[in-house]
Each structure stands twice: as structure tokens, then as C-alpha cells.
Design a protein around this ligand. Structure first.
Ligand SMILES: Cc1cc2nc3c(=O)[nH]c(=O)nc-3n(C[C@H](O)[C@H](O)[C@H](O)COP(=O)(O)OP(=O)(O)OC[C@H]3O[C@@H](n4cnc5c(N)ncnc54)[C@H](O)[C@@H]3O)c2cc1C
Length: 369
């Protein structure tokens, strides 16, 4: 039986490990975090029927997902910069239940055979060796027949397959956190799901999470060097910078960055749309490592989970590497569509036309066109 290493214990890598174990294969997951709680895992994700939810079903984790998901939090609100409400759909429209990222990771971790994830195993290099690859960390190295890069945006596996690298998209999100109990005004403004306030090339967003939390984002077009500089600013300096960017916006909306707790400054990066590579036996990619895109498609985690389903099938099909090559082709084609959507979503949200394009998008979704 091939020895399989999955580099990265995010949603994609853990789902692949679970599905392989259901098929009698015992992979190793190499994860740089020291333990599951080392880093906040980020906000809420919605799982789509034919990708994310299907993967949970095939992994035998439908009940666990249903118990942790929040189908009631799928509303959408759109505000203009003066605070007027342009669109309000507070009832769940699509079948896309939300789940907190930390809970999703925990469900997947709990489903794995104990010891599958090797915590504190940051991979620093990978080198071909005797028909396989040696995976190298700080103070350890081990040979595997198959290495899967599920290690996200800055994958250590991807450079072995080609030169493509993520490029800055010109947009940065400043992430903020709120406890509902302490922020009744933000709670009322947000409604039952997500709030978007859209102006000239800038947006304010809030999104309901579980456990009485709301996450917010202030987004703007910013040069890459400035984005790096913003990452080093104090909360006071960041707030002052945002006050300038959002001057003239309604005070009720500005309360998002005036009252929230700063979590991170996130410049958005993406791989080229349609990224693919010449297949190389023993090495492959899934999820963000293969097709990093801006979150404006809402597809990232769904694609990572769907990739895991298809790759688990390919690796256990008995058809050799040909099946993995087929997986890579189908995955790249599927991701290219989502990546084009993400680029379009980003341009629609950050445009000089303000809220118009986003309003059009919401109306089209409601009418099903
Ligand atoms: C602000 C923001 C909001 C988002 N919102 C949404 C959304 O609403 N819906 C949606 O579908 N998607 C969203 N996404 C995208 C989504 O988070 C990703 O697409 C998804 O997490 C990809 O999963 P993954 O398993 O491929 O990679 P990741 O989740 O990035 O996991 C990679 C794992 O690899 C580990 N790792 C990295 N390098 C190494 C190394 N060298 N050695 C060992 N381990 C390593 C990391 O610690 C991590 O655990 C959002 C992203 C951002 C930034």
C-alpha cells in the first residue's frame, strides 16, 4: 500500500484523510500548528449542496454537520453609504447552512483515527527520492510514495509543480470581531446573516458567527506595500486610517470599525484563473494550494472539500496515477469557473459604481436568474 502524506490539516486535508480512512488507507497529516486551538480559524463558512455538503455526507458526517450548522443565518442585507437599506432578505433563501470554521475543523478531527494528524510538523522542503518524495521539516524527514499539498495559499508543495504564485489582488480586508451581547447596534444592523455596505471602491461587511459572535471586515483598494504597512499599525492608527477612508459614511455603518476589536489585516491574493500544471507522479494539490481565489466567490472551502472527495476516489481507484491526472484536470476546470466568479465578485464589490452591481447580483439570486 502506498504511503500517503497530506501536507496541511485545513478542511481540505482533513476531509481527504477521513475519506481515505473510510476506504481502508491510512494517510499521515503533517500540520504546522502545534495543536487544534493554536490559531483562531476564522469566521463562518457556508457549505453548498453539491460540494461541501455532499463531502460531509460521503464522509458520514451529515448528522454532526447538521448539529453544528446554522441554517437560520443565511440572510443578506445591502446598505448604501448613507445607511439606507437597499436589499433585505432575512429568511434563509438558499440551502447553504453556515458553520463556524473551528467547529468544522473539530468535526473532521474527531472523525479521524487518533494519531493521524502530526501537530507541530511544519514542512519546509520536499525532495524527490527513490520513486517517491522525502518530506522535510525542522529536525525530521520521512519518505512517502504520494505527497498531497493541502497546505493552503503559500503551499510548499506547489513550487515543485510549476512557477505559478499568488498575486496580490489590490484589495485588503481589515478583520474585526464583535460579541453580540456587547454590541447590540451591530447585532441589529447585521440581521440574520450577512451585511454588505458598498461605496466607491470600498465595503463594510459583517457576518453572524456562532456562539454569540459577529465578524466584520472593512475592505478597500490599497497598494501592496501599504497593505504590508497597515499590518504593522496599532489598533488606534488603523482606526484613524479607516476613518479617513470611510469619511462621509453613515455613523451607524462606521460603528463597525469604531467599535469592533481588530483581528487582522488581510491583503487578498489569488492564483492565476485556470491555474494548472503538468502532472507529476507522486505529487498533487487540492484546495487553496491548487486554486487560491478571493473570498468573493464563497466557494473556497466548498472546492477544497469537493477536491478531497474526488482525490480520495482517484487515489483508491486502482487505476494508478492516470486517475490522479484526471482528477487534476477536472478539478482545474471546476476551479477556473469559481475563480472567474470570485474575480468578478471582487470587481463588483470594489467598483466606482458603488452598490449598484451588488444589488443586481442579489436580485438575480432571488429571482434565480
Ligand atoms: C477572510 C476570508 C474569508 C473567507 N470566507 C470564505 C467563505 O465565506 N466561504 C468559503 O467557501 N471560503 C472562504 N474563504 C476561503 C477558505 O477559507 C479557503 O478556501 C479554505 O480554508 C481552503 O481550505 P484548504 O484546506 O485548502 O486550506 P487552508 O484552510 O488554508 O488550510 C491549510 C492548512 O495547511 C497548514 N499549513 C500551511 N503551510 C504548512 C506547512 N508548510 N507545513 C504544514 N502545514 C502547513 C495550515 O496551518 C492550515 O491548517 C475565506 C478566506 C478568507 C481569507
Amino acid at each position: 500500500m502506498d504511503r500517503i502524506a497530506i501536507v496541511g490539516g485545513g478542511p481540505g486535508g482533513l476531509m481527504l484523510a477521513r475519506l481515505l480512512q473510510l476506504r481502508g488507507v491510512s494517510p499521515v497529516v503533517l500540520e504546522r500548528d502545534a495543536h487544534a486551538g493554536e490559531r483562531p480559524q476564522g469566521g463562518s463558512l457556508d457549505l453548498h449542496g453539491e460540494t461541501g455538503q455532499r463531502a460531509m455526507r460521503l464522509a458520514g458526517l451529515e448528522a454532526e454537520f447538521a448539529a453544528a450548522a446554522r441554517p437560520e443565518d443565511q440572510g443578506d442585507r445591502l446598505y448604501d453609504v448613507d445607511g439606507s437599506l437597499l436589499f433585505d432578505r432575512d429568511e434563509p433563501g438558499d440551502d447553504r447552512p453556515e458553520i463556524d470554521r473551528t467547529l468544522l475543523r473539530q468535526i473532521l478531527l474527531d472523525a479521524l483515527t487518533p494519531g493521524t494528524v502530526r501537530w507541530g510538523h511544519r514542512v519546509v522542503a520536499i525532495a524527490p527520492t527513490g520513486g517517491g518524495h522525502e518530506v522535510i521539516g525542522e529536525g525530521w524527514r520521512e519518505r512517502f510514495d504520494v505527497v498531497v499539498g493541502a497546505d493552503g495559499a503559500w503551499s510548499r508543495v506547489r513550487p515543485l509543480l510549476g512557477d505559478a504564485a499568488p498575486a496580490y489582488e489590490g484589495v485588503t480586508l481589515v478583520e474585526l470581531g464583535f460579541e453580540v451581547e456587547r454590541h447590540p447596534a451591530i447585532d441589529a444592523l447585521t440581521g440574520s446573516g450577512k451585511l454588505f455596505a458598498v461605496g466607491d471602491n470600498r465595503v463594510l461587511i459583517t457576518q453572524r458567527n456562532g456562539l454569540g459572535h459577529i465578524r466584520g471586515y472593512a475592505g478597500l483598494r490599497l497598494g501592496e506595500a501599504d497593505a504590508r504597512r497597515w499590518q504593522a499599525l496599532s489598533p488606534e492608527a488603523l482606526r484613524a486610517a479607516l476613518r479617513e477612508v470611510f469619511a462621509g459614511w453613515a455613523p451607524a455603518l462606521k460603528a463597525i470599525f469604531e467599535t469592533g476589536t481588530f483581528i487582522a489585516v488581510r491583503p487578498l491574493y489569488a492564483l492565476p484563473i485556470g491555474h494548472r500544471w503538468a502532472s507529476r507522479p507522486g505529487l498533487t494539490l487540492l484546495g487553496d494550494a491548487a486554486h487560491l481565489m478571493s473570498p468573493f466567490s464563497g466557494e473556497g472551502v466548498n472546492l477544497a472539500l469537493a477536491d478531497a472527495v474526488d482525490l480520495a476516489e482517484a487515489l483508491t481507484s486502482g487505476s494508478g496515477w492516470r486517475a490522479v491526472t484526471d482528477y487534476e484536470e477536472a478539478m482545474a476546470a471546476r476551479a477556473a469557473i469559481a475563480a472567474a466568479g470570485a474575480a468578478q465578485g471582487l470587481d463588483g464589490a470594489f467598483s466606482s459604481e458603488g452598490a449598484g452591481p451588488v444589488l443586481e447580483h442579489y436580485r438575480a439570486r432571488v429571482s434565480g436568474s
